[in-house]
Every structure is written in structure tokens, then in C-alpha cells.
Design a protein around this ligand. Sequence first.
Ligand SMILES: Cc1cc2nc3c(=O)[nH]c(=O)nc-3n(C[C@H](O)[C@H](O)[C@H](O)COP(=O)(O)O)c2cc1C
Length: 401
Amino acid sequence: MARLVKLLSGLVLFGISIALMVAADLGVPAWDVLHQGLSRWTGLSFGWVVNLVGALVLLAWIPLRVRPGIGTLCNILLVGMVADTALRVLPHIDGTTPRLGVLLAAIALNALATGLYIGADLGPGPRDGLMTGLAARGVSLRTARTAIEVAVLAAGWLLGGTVGIGTLVYSAVIGPLAQPAIRHFTRAAPALPQAAPPPPTVRPCHERASMMRLHIISCSTRTTSAGRPLARWIAELAAAQHAFEPTLIDLGEVALPFLDEPGLPSDGHYVHQQTKDWSALIDGADAFVFVMPMYNGGFTAPLKNAIDTLYREWQDKPVGLISYSTGSSGGAPAVEMIRPVLARVGLRPAAHTLSIPAIEDHLDEAGRLRATAGLADQVQAVLAGIARPAAVPPEREPAGA
Ligand SMILES: Cc1cc2nc3c(=O)[nH]c(=O)nc-3n(C[C@H](O)[C@H](O)[C@H](O)COP(=O)(O)O)c2cc1C
């Protein structure tokens, strides 16, 4: 109920903020330039065009296989209608200073409204879903957003929409303004007390609802783990990519007992609270990155135990494999060793893996990761493979084989 209130109030305020920007007449956001242009060209009201373009854009979701939510439908129905109503009652604004004031107030209101309707988490707006849908199919979100915004801006301008200082100010400040609003209004996910807190996640404007929930699992349980700073850094890189909503999980803090459930994991009936919590945590992920050290030529026992404890929760989810070790192999043998295990539970390894030799050389005196551009590129390649996992899952043998 609270989410529905957030959604509806967010969409109403969003519509009002757009109307205020139109009334200020100093330039509107890219999509609204297109809406204005189409409105002039077709003779339909601005609000009707907002609604109709939203509905048309929704059609493009079909090949992208993005699912609309109730928020998507409400967005299509409400924003344009509210904008039209507001435009009818708003007085004409004279003078540059009042117009500038209205523009800035409208942008601030727009950021607040974005925080409310994205924070409700009931489905992205049609235009947002187009961008995140493309991102999920492997196009970088920045490329998708830039290409779409430039195209709609150009088309809108050619059709007579208002491009101006407002268009520029909006694109420059809406991200930084909307992020804290989204964070403030996003409902807190039920977190495991054992799970490490998520890294500082940068939530971009409009995108959260269809981001891939990526759980980055640090697979060492040692208090002095060299992989922990590495895993944290990978989570930050994932957050900056905007296609992912990363959560950092430290197996040392999760501290799962060795499998002690009476039933088989494949039955999914758990009696111990810790197993239920682990199940909920893994169930809540769309994809994983295993940050795995190599111990004596293989992957760690806690990781095997963490995998074995569950079954259904892992199935058909992509996983990126990043190994590390003191030696020159960077733990590549551990990656090869884990592949048959992943296949048994239906995890789909991303095509690109990364093995980091001499891990201690990547840490400074304080134990922090010394990030390099080369390493960042390699991690990005693994992340890209997760966003674009192999279409056909690897052959899976029956659980009893
Ligand atoms: C039990 C154990 C076995 C190890 N075996 C290997 C090994 O076979 N090859 C290697 O290059 N490094 C090996 N190392 C060194 C680890 O790669 C290195 O200490 C790494 O930092 C361990 O990851 P962690 O600090 O996150 O636990 C081993 C370390 C431990 C604790």
C-alpha cells in the first residue's frame, strides 16, 4: 500500500514537474522535446502525446523481453494526464528570473518525484525500460541512454520542440539530484544479519527497477582475506556500470555451518534458520560473481559448502568467475575445478573469466586494493559476460548422476 502511494504521488509530481518545465519555456528534457514537437506536429495535447509515446515505447519492450509492472502502466496513464491538467491551470510566466526560478524548482521536484516512483519499485517507466532493456541485452547503459536521448532530442527539435538551457541543466543535474531521492525512498531489502553490507551503490536515475541484482560473493573465510578488498572493488565497478545492483556477500561473515539439513537441498525444505536465510539471499539474486582464492590447487571448501547447501536457488543464473592466488596461475586451476560443480546446480559461467596472479602485489600497505586500468578492463569483461550470458545453459546431469 505504501509503495502504491509512493508510486502514485511520484507520478503525479512527475507530471506537474514536466508541466512546470514546459511553462518556464526555457527548454525541456530530451523526451519532452520530442513530445512537444509531436504535439505541435499532430495537434494533439502535450499530455496525450506523452501517454501515446509511452504506450508505443512499451511495444519496443517485447523484443527486449522487459516485463512491465503496474508502475509502467500507471506511468503511461498518469504522467501525461497530470501534465495536461497542470498546463491548463498554470498561469503564463513572464520574465527571465521567474522562469528560471520555476525551471529550477521543477527540476528539483522532478528529482523528488523520480525518487518516489522508482523507490516504489513497481516497474520502470516505459522510456526507462527501453534503456535498461537494451543494457540487459549487452549494450552499455551509457551508450543506450546517449543514443536514445540524442535521437529523441534531434527528432523533437526538428519537429519544433523547445531545446534550451533547461534541456542542458536537466541532463546535467537530474542524475546527482535523483540518486539521493531514489536511495531515500527505496524500501530497504530484508538483509541477512550475517551478510556484509552492500557497497556504496550508485543508483542512476530511472534505472533501478530493471537492474540485474548481482551478488558478489567473496569466497574466503579468512579474516585477513586478500580477496575481500578485491570483491569490494568489483562491487563498486559493477555499481558504476549501472546495469547492476550489486550486493557484497562475505562467506566469512555469512558463516554457514557445514551442511546439516536433514533433507536434500534439491527438495528445498530447510529446517535451520541459517539455511533459510542463505536460501532467501541467493534467491534474491539474478546473477553472481564468485571472487575465489585458490587453496592447494582448488577452490575453497566454504564455497563448495555454500553451493551444496542450496540447489534450486542457483539454477539458470549466470556467474562470473574471478580467481586469485599468490602464485603465477592466479587460481585458474580452481576455476577449471569448479566448472563441473556449477554445471550440476545449473549455474551458467560467463564466457570470460579472470585469474589474478600475485594477488598481494595488488594490495597496498593498508591492505586496500591498488586498482589499475588493466585490471578494471578485465573485470568489466567478466561483467559484460554476465549481462550477456551463454544462451544455452551447459549440459546438466541429473542431480543423482
Ligand atoms: C590453505 C591455502 C592453500 C593455498 N594454496 C595455494 C596454491 O595452491 N597456490 C597458490 O598460488 N597459492 C596458494 N595459497 C595462497 C593463496 O593464494 C593466497 O594466500 C590468497 O591470498 C588466499 O586468499 P585469501 O587471502 O582471500 O584467503 C594458499 C593459501 C591457503 C590459505
